[in-house]
Design a protein around this ligand. Structure first.
Ligand SMILES: Cc1cc2nc3c(=O)[nH]c(=O)nc-3n(C[C@H](O)[C@H](O)[C@H](O)COP(=O)(O)OP(=O)(O)OC[C@H]3O[C@@H](n4cnc5c(N)ncnc54)[C@H](O)[C@@H]3O)c2cc1C
Length: 486
């Protein structure tokens, strides 16, 4: 789930007086009346794009999943898109922008949500996709350029017997740097939790945005200062990730009599350590009904479990399904092609929302933590209260040894006031909401800064030029740029 990480969960429980964190970036006398053609000339031979259509395209992400952000951010656009070829060009670009007080918003593939990759104050979008070299692969660890796509990474590591520990459902397009800076977890969360769990991200090479830019290496717990920080705490140029042994996976769609039967079955499989799995989602019919590719297989009106199971665990999995009174309605072995239906993960995580949005543009979603040990009771209570207004979509994860559910519930949106009411109700019933309807980085569900991320920000971005407007408590960029948010 994009917004939920263990670092911000810790803060949700910790309740430090975080709202008091604030900072005014160092002053830098510049004017927002920049001659962008001149900027492009100054930066030559760096690739600079001033075309209105490509600027608009590269200034957007999937903010439109939220009806609230859809309205606020529709006119947000950069002034120029710059694509450095290597670290030397990136350093030159940063030095130039710092000298003139120009805002810089990093970008991978632009599959992020909540406007996290959108340049709220205009300026430069830094396309990092050309920093895509594999640095090395050894002992189950990969070091790669931040702009490398997850798909390319997996194609490279599979022949060596490794696969990604987890990947977002946007695996086909997302970059590894964008995933680290903007994502949280995905397919594989049931084994490895989320990005901040110790041992997943081993190292990050980060460029500071100072008069004289420096590279710093974040390792150990320090990587969390740049994970899910939307690039506000430095430009990531390299990511070092621990991998998982490659496994031959089979895909299953299971029909269950009702959503709680589906949730209980998924939970049982999640807890069965001898059953090797990569994905377990329980989705009520209110969401599954939009899965065009699987409609011919599904039972009308019945919720589904979407499961990815190791080839050698299929038999015990099938037995658990039968014992639960559920039924496998679709299966696909490891060697079968994944063209039609599309890969199963493209119906999980936030792709569930995407499938629904293809049918009904009024649908949106929430990100809710149903924490253990009574996670299923909480799901049942919320399902009872909201029914088909908030169709249940649960992603099962094992976080620091504990199985819990991330709810990416769909919402049949009516008004902002009702959306707020739904979120408040969850909060007051011990189900924290990580609000996907704000572009401001959130810790623990409130618009407060993570102190560790904030401290790194103070160090690496003294003029507040990096992705301005996203970190709570942080003033506008120093150059006098105006917000482009409606
Ligand atoms: C349909 C759909 C499904 C999704 N499913 C998942 C999911 O399963 N799990 C999940 O975690 N997320 C999910 N997401 C969110 C998103 O796809 C992932 O987080 C993805 O990994 C982002 O990668 P990207 O390259 O597209 O990043 P971008 O969208 O380009 O950037 C994401 C953020 O990181 C910053 N950034 C990008 N590159 C760098 C860099 N090199 N240095 C510093 N900052 C940088 C950007 O400024 C932005 O704030 C989903 C989104 C959609 C629309």
């Amino acid at each position: 789930m994009p917004g939920i990480s263990s670092s911000n969960l810790a803060i949700a429980g910790g309740a430090a007086p975080l709202g008091v964190l604030s900072h005014t970036p160092a002053a830098r006398a510049t004017t927002p009346d920049v001659d962008w053609k001149q900027v492009a000339q100054d930066l030559a031979p760096m690739a600079c794009d001033l075309g209105a259509a490509s600027i608009r395209r590269k200034s957007r992400d999937f903010f439109w999943f939220s009806p609230v952000l859809s309205h606020q951010l529709s006119d947000v656009a950069a002034d120029i898109v710059v694509t450095p070829r290597d670290e030397d060009e990136l350093v030159r670009l940063v030095r130039y922008c710092v000298g003139r007080g120009l805002p810089l918003t990093p970008r991978g593939a632009g599959t992020g949500n909540y406007g996290q990759a959108m340049p709220l104050y205009g300026g430069v979008v830094v396309d990092l996709t050309a920093l895509n070299a594999t640095k090395w692969l050894k002992g189950g660890v990969l070091r790669a350029g931040a702009g490398k796509s997850l798909l390319e990474i997996e194609e490279e590591i599979l022949p060596h017997g490794w696969e990604l520990r987890f990947h977002p459902s946007t695996w086909k397009t997302a970059t590894i740097g964008g995933f680290v800076a903007g994502g949280s977890s995905g397919i594989g969360a049931i084994n490895y939790g989320t990005l901040p769990q110790a041992g997943n991200v081993l190292g990050l090479r980060v460029l500071t945005v100072e008069d004289e830019p420096r590279f710093i290496e974040l390792r150990g717990p320090d990587v969390c200062k740049a994970i899910h920080a939307y690039g506000t705490t430095g430009l990531i140029t390299e990511v070092e990730m621990a991998l998982a042994p490659a496994i031959r996976w089979s895909e299953f769609v299971v029909s269950a009599p009702d959503i709680m039967a589906a949730a209980r079955l998924a939970d049982r499989v999640a807890h069965a350590d001898g059953v090797i799995k990569k994905e377990l989602a329980a989705i009520d019919w209110g969401g599954a009904r939009y899965f065009d590719d699987f409609l011919p297989y599904m039972r009308e009106g019945q919720p589904v479990i979407m499961a990815i199971i190791a080839e050698n665990s299929v038999e015990p999995f099938a037995q658990m399904v039968a014992e639960a009174g559920a039924e496998i309605v679709f299966s696909r072995g490891p060697d079968e092609d994944k063209l039609e239906p599309a890969p199963l993960w493209e119906f999980c995580w936030n792709h569930t929302t995407l499938q629904a949005l293809k049918h009904d543009r009024s649908i949106t979603y929430l990100q809710i933590l149903f924490d253990a040990p009574d996670h299923l009771d909480k799901v049942a209570r919320m399902a009872e209260v909201f029914g088909d207004e908030v169709p249940v979509h649960l992603e099962f994860a094992r976080v620091d040894g504990v199985v819990k559910c991330f709810g990416l519930q769909l919402v049949r949106f009516t008004t902002e006031a009702r959306l707020e009411e739904i979120m408040r109700y969850h909060w007051s019933n011990d189900c924290p909401v990580f609000n996907p309807h704000t572009y401001v980085l959130e810790s623990g569900g409130g618009a407060v800064a993570d102190p560790a991320q904030f401290a790194l920000k103070v160090e690496v971005d003294p003029y507040g030029l990096l992705n301005p407007g996203k970190m709570p408590g942080w003033g506008a960029p120093s150059g006098g740029f105006a917000s482009r948010v409606a």
